[in-house]
Design a protein around this ligand. Structure first.
Ligand code: SF4
Length: 479
């Protein structure tokens, strides 16, 4: 049984759905008790890719939840500074923009139950007869109940074992595509084609990437699924940018941005703004690019995505360098390096050294010692190759010249980062199997996960999760 498209459900008053761009994932915030001025919430989500069972016209699928309390002191600024730094608990932003923090263990004894008659009213007696072992029954909408206290053997999402050799992102995308086609699952086929397109793009096969993405777009349109269509269009724009058609790409990013704003999806808005800034830079409209990066930066700051802040600051440095405004270029690049240092990113040293050369008006060739490549069993380079924004920025980098003080030196930091990941001793370390497993488990249940790619950062999570210094862009990975 396929999962339903959760966007077709209606919820009772007071329940806050998280904005999602993929109908496979449902996340709801249920108001709970309040105590001493503190409002408690329960964040309930379906288990992505878990089986849906059918019986007597009712469907059921496992869900999990965490309890959270709404912060009343410290304010949003305090919260955002802490975002992602918690060791024992997770911080959240509710869909209404209010900060909260986890205050209980994760529950896995939950089921979401609905009727096949989407237009009808589901009553509690019917749900109880479907789930007689249930201990709690809460109506979430006209056709949706949350049942608690049930045995849900499939509720735990088993991560892929770290002990197993990691399939290449392309092989994994091809597996997912074949499986979706076997099952006749057109939405999953579109997602798998999108993932495949992005893996091909990261490998430099732009023709293959565009072919896969155009097939995904045709399916999304056939399904009349605007959210999926917008996701594909944004990624197709990146492939179009990579083949040197920035005007065409810009048009696609503007469509992606308009959809994200219309649906209030701020994560997608942030991604679309970053991409639009790249297209404008490619069109040599550096001032417009700076302005759009500034909007993306404000959003990244608001959403607590500090890695993206560092990237955007560096991109702004490049635009200022293109405009010949060296002081501003240096200021932005310095801010980026400082943030990378605070985040403990190994590339901070490389960025800093290139900035120093730029500051001195020097040209330096970035050379790698290929005799010290990392072991073939693990290739963080493939993650950086999978970081699509970095890939496209790298492909836009001008060939090395003897020009002094030009933006090429700053652009080279991106290609240097990609190269350095392959060298032993560069500072890139792998995470322990336990850490990797926890990260993969979190991604597997995340609404921003396509099955292999994080829509927020564009990375292939199976690779990214194995890199010690990496983070979830919204602080969901356990520490
Ligand atoms: S890194 Fe994983 S958990 Fe974090 S937003 Fe991306 S998919 Fe979700």
């Amino acid at each position: 049984m396929k999962t339903p498209d959760w966007r077709n459900f209606v919820f009772d008053d007071g329940i806050l759905p998280e904005p999602i761009s993929d109908g496979n994932r449902l996340v709801l915030w249920l108001p709970r008790d309040s105590d001493g001025g503190i409002q408690y919430w329960e964040r309930v989500g379906n288990v992505v890719r878990a089986e849906t069972s059918a019986e007597g016209g009712l469907f059921a699928t496992p869900a999990t939840s965490v309890r959270a309390r709404q912060r009343t002191r410290g304010g949003l600024g305090h919260f955002l500074r802490r975002l992602g730094q918690s060791k024992e608990r997770r911080d959240f932003l509710l869909p209404n923009g209010i900060a909260s923090e986890q205050c209980g263990e994760r529950r896995t004894d939950l089921l979401l139950v609905w009727s096949e008659d989407m237009g009808g009213l589901l009553d509690e007696a019917r749900v109880k007869s479907r789930c007689p072992e249930g201990k709690g029954f809460q109506k979430l909408g006209p056709n949706l109940y949350l049942v608690s206290g049930v045995e849900t053997p499939r509720a735990r999402v088993e991560p892929e074992s770290q002990e197993q050799p990691m399939a290449s992102p392309r092989a994994r995308a091809e597996q997912l595509l074949a499986s979706a086609r076997r099952a006749g699952d057109r939405p999953k086929e579109a997602t798998a084609l999108t993932d495949l397109g992005m893996t091909l793009l990261s490998e430099g096969d732009t023709g293959g990437a565009i072919g896969a993405l155009e097939s995904a777009l045709a399916i999304a349109r056939e399904l009349r699924d605007p959210a999926r269509e917008s996701d594909v269009i944004g990624n197709l724009g990146m492939a179009t940018l990579a083949i040197g058609q920035p005007a065409h790409a810009r048009n696609m990013f503007e469509q992606e941005l308009a959809y994200a704003r219309a649906t209030g999806d701020r994560f997608s808005e942030k991604v679309a703004l970053e991409r639009l800034g790249l297209a404008l830079g490619s069109q040599r409209d550096f001032r417009a690019s700076l302005s759009v990066f500034e909007q993306a930066l404000a959003l990244a700051c608001e959403l607590g995505d500090r890695q993206q802040q560092a990237n955007l600051l560096w991109y702004q440095g490049i635009q200022y360098a293109e405009l010949g405004q060296r002081e501003l270029a240096i200021t932005k690049a310095e801010e980026s390096v400082s943030l990378l240092k605070v985040l403990g990113k190994p590339q901070a040293a490389w960025y800093g050294s290139l900035l120093q050369k730029y500051r001195m008006g020097l040209f330096a060739e970035i050379a790698g010692d290929t005799s010290r490549r990392a072991s073939p069993g693990f290739s963080p380079e493939s993650y950086l190759g999978g970081s699509i924004v970095a890939s496209v920025m790298t492909s836009q980098a001008a060939a090395p010249t003897n020009e002094t003080g030009g933006p090429g030196l700053l652009r080279m930091a991106l290609s240097a980062t990609k190269a350095m990941a392959s060298f032993v001793g560069s500072g890139f370390k792998t995470a322990t199997p336990e850490t990797t497993q926890k990260r993969l488990q979190t991604c597997a249940g995340c609404e921003h996960h396509t099955g292999m790619r994080c829509k927020i950062c564009g990375c292939f999570t199976d690779v990214k999760a194995r890199m010690l210094h990496e983070n979830c862009p919204i602080g969901k990975w356990p520490r």
